[in-house]
Design a protein around this ligand. Structure first.
Ligand code: G6P
Length: 493
């Protein structure tokens, strides 16, 4: 185990770690590494920095890997983590399920993305209280592990809505540490945040305010957080011009920051030109086919987790509307929708996944012909195929109800071959940076979304290419490694 006298100078804490494990019937463990901003950020500071990443074991394979690590120095085998020091917490499965499925994904995620059907939900009852106790225990387990692994004065970067209580709990244990929290989600406006029971709402805010800094993907979410602190806690909010917001509560000040994570241009450009992506591209082109004049059909591409907030079903309705109102597009366009499995432990996600398939099927039944499939829906995760779709997209549809950032909106223009028109929800964080060159829509307005799809499809090629170049520039302004280093620097300032 890493002791606090030596300990790590930089620590990251997140629910999902950089690696996951599958347990074979014969007891063998197979590891699989993920990507994302934190992985790039930590590799930017190099393995010499001795940074430690603390994450939760999510499934049986992870648990087994965590147990094997605990028998040694507490860290996962570095061969599995690309040299990264990772401590995976084996939190009891019932506690983890209540914290992750019960609170994080069914309550806090719903609050920040405005997902409740409020006539019937939420209803905070005894079950909720039991789950909330689990969320507290799960946050405490992270705080304990971080407190144990951190060197004196170390910097700790705590991630997301799963771990809102960690900054406060960690400060109690280790007042010497510099603690930052980063929200990858939107933040709810005060009236909606106050759906939470009063004590819980206050505990979440106080937890984050336990840190020296609280950071967000856009100014809009930082402002919403500050307003919640003012309304719920009566905290004092100070604005230093454009530079920053500060929240003072019970004599302590927490600085708020904004770091708009960008796409990783170098990685994407290189990865999207690999042979496996070329193969997927050829397959997709064949599936899309040509119109009656022999011209390749146009494409509207979307790539998402099958996530309630991504608004996939309304996107399909908008596409149906386009085919209904503008028959000239029949046989000339294909909607490529990749909707990858996510959070399938939750019934509402399983039902939503079924609804996506059902509506796509309806559109294909209504409009499809022998040679034309209007919607090509894939529900199995395939990164190479996603990149292939990015390369050929004429139009990208990114229409979330609400989204912290949405990296797909930033990735497609970077990877696109001939330039792509972006139809973008005004409720995506990315809209703050991409609005000038996107076609911006209200995600609830199906007619307006259909109109924007038509406008995108008819945009002159030159304009599409020019806009796409500017979108790619804006999208890559803050690459993941710098996004991470900026936060680290700001925490020391
Ligand atoms: C969002 C959250 C992340 C989360 C990801 C995937 O982007 O901000 O914290 O990891 O969704 O969700 P999952 O529940 O599969 O980790």
């Amino acid at each position: 185990m890493v002791s606090s006298s030596s300990g790590a100078q930089v620590l990251v804490a997140s629910n999902r770690g950089p690696v996951s494990y599958a347990l074979g019937a014969d007891g063998t463990l197979t590891s699989r590494r993920g990507g994302g901003g934190l992985v790039s950020g930590l590799s930017a500071i190099g393995s010499d920095a001795g940074a430690v990443w603390v994450c939760a074991a999510l499934g049986d394979g992870d648990r087994e890997a965590a147990r094997r690590a605990a028998a040694g120095d507490g860290l996962l085998d570095s061969a599995d983590t690309g040299g990264q020091q990772v401590r995976m917490l084996d939190i009891p499965p019932e506690v983890f399920a209540d914290a992750y499925n019960g609170i994080a994904n069914s309550v806090l995620w719903f609050v920040h993305h405005l997902l409740y059907q409020t006539p019937l939900e939420p209803a905070f009852d005894a079950d909720f209280r039991a789950q909330w106790a689990a969320y507290e225990a799960y946050n405490a387990a992270f705080a304990d592990a971080l407190a144990e692994a951190a060197a004196p004065g170390a910097a700790v970067l705590v991630q997301d809505y799963h771990l809102t209580l960690v900054p406060g709990l960690l400060r109690e244990r280790r007042p010497d540490l510099r603690i930052g929290h980063f929200s990858h989600t939107p933040w709810a406006p005060p009236d909606y945040f106050r759906l939470l029971p009063d004590d819980v709402a206050a505990e979440v805010l106080r937890g984050i305010l336990g840190g020296d800094r609280a950071a967000f993907l856009t100014r809009r979410w930082a402002e919403a957080f500050a307003e919640c602190c003012a309304v719920v806690l009566g905290a004092e909010v100070a604005r230093d011009g454009d530079a920053g917001l500060r929240v003072t509560y019970e004599g302590r000040t927490t600085r708020l920051g904004v770091h708009g994570l960008g796409a990783d241009a170098d990685f994407l450009r290189d990865r999207s030109r690999q042979p496996d992506v070329d193969d997927r591209l050829a397959d997709l082109r064949e599936q899309i086919g040509t119109d009656e004049d022999g011209a390749p059909r146009r494409t509207i591409v979307r790539v998402d987790r099958t996530e309630l907030s991504k608004n996939i079903v309304r996107g399909l309705h908008a596409y149906r509307r386009l085919l209904t109102d503008r028959p000239e597009w029949r046989g000339r366009v294909v909607h490529i929708a990749f909707a990858y499995p996510s959070r399938q432990d939750l019934a509402v996600y399983r039902e939503y996944t079924e609804e996506v398939s059902r509506v796509a099927g309806e559109i294909n039944d209504e409009f499809g012909t022998d040679g034309w499939l209007p919607v090509v829906l894939h529900v199995k995760d395939d990164f190479a195929r996603s990149l292939a779709a990015y390369r050929l997209a004429d139009v990208a549809l990114v229409n979330p109800i609400r989204d912290g950032m949405n990296l797909v909106a930033k990735e497609v223009p970077v990877v696109s071959e001939a330039g792509c028109a972006l139809v973008l929800s005004r409720e995506a964080g990315a809209c703050a940076e991409l609005a000038d060159d996107a076609l911006v829509v209200n995600p609830y307005d199906i007619e307006a979304t259909a109109g924007a799809l038509h406008e995108a499809l008819t945009m002159p090629q030159d304009e599409r290419a020019d806009r796409s170049k500017r979108l790619a520039m804006a999208a890559t302004a803050l690459p993941p490694a710098r996004w991470f280093l900026d936060q680290l620097a700001a925490l020391s300032a």
